[in-house]
Design a protein around this ligand. Structure first.
Ligand code: G3I
Length: 492
């Protein structure tokens, strides 16, 4: 990005309860997880960034570039360590609409498909931006440009509709320096309302995607630019302009160092009622201490949903390998900063779903302890549609919330009870069958085992609880176990 060569200087709402990773092998072990009610406990140390972030309900992502998808060292590290992907350049305006009205998703799809084939979610980047506009857009102005922006948002979001976790709808619209105002650009010249028009267009184009404003040099709470963005988000929330999240790029360097009030910035925005995310993290010099500080600041803010580093290895960075800004060196080795990040993530407390309940010495969880079953790949929860209670109601996934139609208890008979009935794998069901709601009984088709890899298997057929897609209302099924993210579940 042209203006950010040396810049001065991203979750989903965390439930009001908390989540536990399903590291459970039996009722007794499940109990060990659940009886820690009311207590914080240090998470079991996970050995990758994604898994350790997942322990507190967050993600750890990276920018992925098609330029490196043929490099097995790159893909091996990226696949093992990260569970969120942002295409570094491939979903930008010049890549996706090189000629007006002619969309090209070749490279966007390459990154998207790599991510999804490896069980990762995708952040879309970016729909409306003054930079990396194709030539035809650069030459437009006024209503022609405004309409082109709207058409672009609609075209790109339609292609990925239902499959993107969050979009950076508008990128870098504020000016550096002391004004706290908008950056001048051809988009800004179409009228000050261009940003809210972009967000309203985006909401209609894909109601399931979280809609983010993303910028750099917005890390220091006292900076005029930070305050300018803050006022815009505050105004949007007050007026009902749809915005779900704010991305802090967080490119830290000598001119724009990590600020000591970074946590204040994250929490202040979160208090407006939006998720916050660290979306393009890199730190020139790769200070382990600074990386740990950034992670700890995110962990301290409930609505800080995740962290993305802007590349995998130093050699992949837009800053060049000499800047040493990432967590892996150019040979693919873990750097001290990697260890600092992993340790910080693993030190994060996990807290049980019902903080007010006393610890129970029982070997089975209290029947009153409720939790949601949140799918790791989809980030959504098992849900009885419209709170239906009829036998045969087919379960779906939906955005996690706190209503009873997503609340389960785990009975001593290994039953998953909800709405007075039970999660049931239809008698004789095979892979691909949808699970249903049914009167509780003691049959093995209502028994569910929680496995150490996060899968949940049915007692009758040993098939894995699964989702077939990530969007709201996608079916919940049983399927041949493969351990991928669409078959991994957490208690949330
Ligand atoms: O792929 C072409 C290559 O074929 C050509 O020969 C070469 C000649 O210039 O250009 C190559 O494309 C470059 C592309 O990166 C892929 O390497 C572009 O010139 C170059 O401009 C582009 O830079 C990207 C930059 O955004 C553009 O604004 C960086 O990779 C990317 O990391 C950077 O990412 C931005 C975020 O989107 C927004 N926030 C800041 C961040 C860092 O600047």
């Amino acid at each position: 990005m042209i203006d950010n060569v040396v810049p001065d200087g991203g979750h989903r709402k965390r439930p009001s309860g908390f989540r536990n990773t399903l590291i459970i092998g039996s009722v007794g072990v499940l109990s060990a997880g659940l009886v820690l009610v009311g207590m914080s406990t240090t998470a079991n140390a996970a050995s990758t960034l994604g898994a350790s972030a997942q322990q507190s309900g967050r993600y750890f992502g990276t920018a992925i570039s098609t330029a490196h998808l043929g490099d097995s060292q790159y893909t091996t590290i990226a696949n093992a360590e990260f569970n969120m992907v942002t295409p570094e350049n491939e979903m930008k305006i010049d890549a996706t609409e090189p000629n007006q009205g002619q969309f090209n998703f070749t490279n966007g799809d390459r990154v998207f498909n790599w991510a999804r084939q490896n069980g990762k979610r995708v952040r879309g980047h970016t729909l409306a931006w003054h930079s990396q506009q194709p030539g035809w857009m650069q030459s437009l102005s006024g209503s022609a440009l405004r309409n082109a922006m709207i058409n672009h948002i609609n075209g790109v979001m339609a292609h990925y509709r239902g499959n993107i976790y969050a979009w950076d709808v508008v990128n870098e619209a504020f000016a550096d320096g002391s004004s706290g105002g908008r950056r001048s650009s051809n988009l800004q010249s179409t009228g000050n309302d261009w940003i809210e028009v972009a967000f309203r267009t985006a909401r209609a184009a894909d109601p399931n995607a979280k809609l983010c404003y993303n910028d750099y040099n917005t890390d220091n709470w006292t900076a005029a630019k930070t305050q300018g963005v803050f006022r815009m988000v505050q105004d949007f929330k007050q007026r009902g302009v749809p915005i779900d999240c704010v991305g802090f790029q967080s490119h830290f360097n000598g001119n724009s160092p990590y600020p000591s009030n970074y946590r204040t910035t994250l929490s202040s925005f979160a208090n407006l009622g939006v998720d916050v995310a660290i979306t393009e993290l890199d730190i020139q010099g790769g200070s382990a201490t600074t990386y740990a500080n950034v992670v700890n600041d995110c962990l301290a803010v409930a609505r800080c949903v995740g962290i993305t580093t802007w590349g995998v290895r130093d050699s992949d960075s837009w800053l060049g390998a000499g800047a040493s800004p990432l967590l892996f060196d150019s040979g693919g080795n873990k750097k001290p900063a990697y260890t600092a990040v992993l340790n910080a993530l693993n030190a994060s407390p996990t807290v049980s779903p019902t903080p007010t309940t006393s610890p129970s010495p029982s070997t089975s969880p209290s029947p009153s302890t409720t939790f949601r079953l949140r799918n790791e790949g989809a980030g959504r929860c098992v849900d009885s549609p419209n709170s239906a209670t009829a036998n045969g109601t087919l379960f779906q996934i939906f955005d996690c919330h706190t209503n009873p139609n997503q609340r389960f208890t785990y009975s001593a008979g290994k039953r998953l009870e909800i709405l007075g009935k039970c999660l049931d794998s239809p008698t004789g069901a095979g892979s691909g069958t949808r699970v249903q709601l049914w009167d509780c009984h003691t049959g093995t088709n209502q028994q569910w085992n929680f496995n150490t890899n996060g899968t949940v298997t049915n007692g009758a057929n040993n098939l894995c609880l699964a989702v077939t897609a990530t969007t709201n209302t996608s079916p919940v099924t049983i399927a041949t176990c493969n351990g991928s993210a669409n078959q991994r579940w957490t208690m949330a």
